[in-house]
Design a protein around this ligand. Sequence first.
Ligand code: PMT
Length: 399
Amino acid sequence: MVFRDKQVVLGVTGGIAAYKAVEVLRLLVKAGAEVHVVMTRNAMEFVAPLTFQTLSGNPVHTELFSLVQERDIGHISLADRADLVLIAPATANVVGKAANGLADDLLTTTLLATKAPVLFVPAMNVNMWENPLYQENQARLEKHGYHFMTPVSGDLACGWEGQGKLPDPADIFDYAQDFIGSRDLAGRTILVTAGPTREEMDPVRFLSNHSSGKMGYAIARAARNRGARVILVSGPVQLSPPQKVDFVKVTTALEMLEAVLSRSSGADAIVKAAAVADYRPARREHLKVKKGDASEGSISLQRNPDILAELGKLKGDRVLIGFAAETNDLLVNAGKKLAEKNLDMIVANDVSMPGAGFDSDTNVVQFLHRNGQVEKLPEMSKSEVADLLVDRIVDLLAK
Ligand code: PMT
C-alpha cells in the first residue's frame, strides 16, 4: 500500500466540489494514509468539519490562530510532517494566493511553509478556469515545481458547461499516489499488457475470456508509482486507464502483437499479464451469421501468434515477465512456459482457486524464477501482488 504510514495534508477550499473531498479522504484513509484535513473558512460553508474529522480520525484544522489547535499541532508542524499536500478542490482564490506567496490563513501558510510535493486539483467555473489571470497563476506555480491535475469537462454546478469539474475522487487518489514512495524505477520504461483480447467471428459475436484487466492495471500503477514511464497496452475492459500512463487500447491479439512489438525496443521491462486468445475465428464474416449458416455449429479457428514467445526471441537484456493462468499442474505448466518463452520470471496463477484469477480483487500466485527459485505468496490484493512484482523488476534490472 503506497500510502501506508504516509502523512497527507488534505486542503479543502470553498467550492461546491468540496463534498467530493470526503470521498478522496476515504480512499486515502483506506489506503493507510494518516490524513490531516485543513479547511478554509469558505469550505466550511459547503461541508461540516465533523464529516472530515470522523473519517480521518484526526481533528480538522481550520484556524491559523487557534490556541487549542496550535497546542495540539503547530501550524508549521503540519507543513513539516506532510509527505504530500493535496488541495482538492482548489479554488481560483487559493491558487491565486499561493502563486503570490500570500499566507493569510492556515492552508496558505502550510502551502508556503511545506517542502513536500503539493498537488492542486482545481475546480471552478469554466470562465474562471480560462481566465488568463488564473492560467498565469497556475503556470507560475508549475514553474516553481507545484503540480496540477486538469479539471474535466461537463455540466458545471454554476449552470455552465465546459472545463472546470473536479475529476473523480478515484482518479485524484490514483494521480496522488505517484507523489509518494520510492522512485527506484525513475528513468526506466515498463511496458505492461492487461485484459483479454476479443476475436470477432461476425459483427455481433466474438471469442474472449474473463480477464477484467485488474491485475495488469495494478502492475501499471505500481510501476508508475515507483517513477517509471509506463506503457499500458490493454484489451477491452471496464476500467478507467490509470492516470499518467501511456495508454494504448487494442482489441485483438494481432493488434496487441503490433502494439507491443512496435514499443518493445524502448522498454527496460515487459510484463505480460494480458490473457491473449490463443485462437481467432479463421474467417470474420461481414454479416451476422444466421442459424444454419455455419456448418453444424462448428467454427474453424486459426492460431494467434504468441506475443510473449516473440518477445522472448528478441529478449536481449530486457527483463521479461509472463503470467501463466492454469487450472491444473500449476508449477509444471508455468515452468514450461518460463523456459519455452525465454522469461526471467513467470507468475503462476491457479485461476481455479477462490480469491484468485479473473476479475477478483485479490490473487494467489507464485513467482517462478529462471534459476528455479519459487516464491509462494499468500492471498493478497492485486495491488499488493503488483508491488511485489515491481520489487522483483527492480532487482532484475539491477543485475
Ligand atoms: O485481468 P484479471 O481479471 O485481473 O485477471 C488476471 C489474470 C488471471 C488474467 C492474470 O493473472 C493472468 O494469469 N494472466 C495471464 C493469462 C494467460 O493468458 O495465461 P497463459 O498461460 O495462456 O499465457 C502465458 C503467457 O503468455 C501470458 O503472459 C500471456 O500474456 C502470454 N501469451 C499467451 C498467448 C498468446 N497468444 N500470446 C501471449 O503473449
